[in-house]
Design a protein around this ligand. Sequence first.
Ligand code: IPE
Ligand code: IPE
Ligand code: MG
Length: 255
Amino acid sequence: MIFRTARSEARTVETGAGGGGAGGSVPRHVAIIMDGNGRWAKARGLPRAAGHRQGAEAARKVLRAAGEAGVECLTLYAFSSENWRRPAEEIGDLMGLLRLYIANELDSLHKEGVRIKIIGDYKAFQPDIVKLLEASVAKTAGNTRMTLAVALNYGGRSELVRAARGLAERAAAGELAPEAIDEAALDSALDTADLPPLDLLIRTSGEYRLSNFLLWQSAYAELLFVDTLWPDFDGDALRAAIADYSGRERRFGGR
Ligand code: IPE
Ligand code: IPE
Ligand code: MG
């Protein structure tokens, strides 16, 4: 008991660089399932594309607030491996928005010291988008203030399959002994390998599911479901989410 008190006090002090505990600390890694753009637009009699545009605006505000709060990594679910099921027109709108976001934001993100990372099988996108994404990652690779990880054509199951396949290939080539495949080895074969452990996973729009997001990484993340539709989510909403997280006690199976 005394030990735990001492530990949570220590975590309160090391704000922003905590060892994954709550107890007053800022989460090192926050991930968001940005859901509800379509409903936001529908409620205003607008096309879904208008909801996505407003959603991109929310992402901009939330990224800034996350940086100011001392979050080391923000991971945003922008396009799932299942979102290909949407009508071609909507997929086209989302791709157009992605191009626009990169064109408008890349320089300021770079100036603010944000490292961009892509998780997911993004190479399935159109070649010009793949090029833009890779150029953004390369340009910002040396930045250290915070990381923005964007999940594009991302699915947790597909990520695990790709990781397993990569390990199997190395084992088949004799580079890796099968008994060396442990949790750490699988973890480092995932797209998120160089990101801090996931502390807080937020989903907006009142839906209570993961929709194939960060399945492995969320094993011990704190989950927060809010009713706010993503385009209405902002810096205050993020700060409220962080405050909620800070008030929680994480146990990781201990007592
Ligand atoms: C989230 O908003 C954005 C993406 C999935 C790309 P939705 O488009 O899913 O909005 P709703 O859920 O239909 O309201
Ligand atoms: C999850 O939202 C994917 C993203 C936010 C990119 P969806 O709207 O696609 O999820 P479901 O279909 O409601 O589960
Ligand atoms: Mg949705």
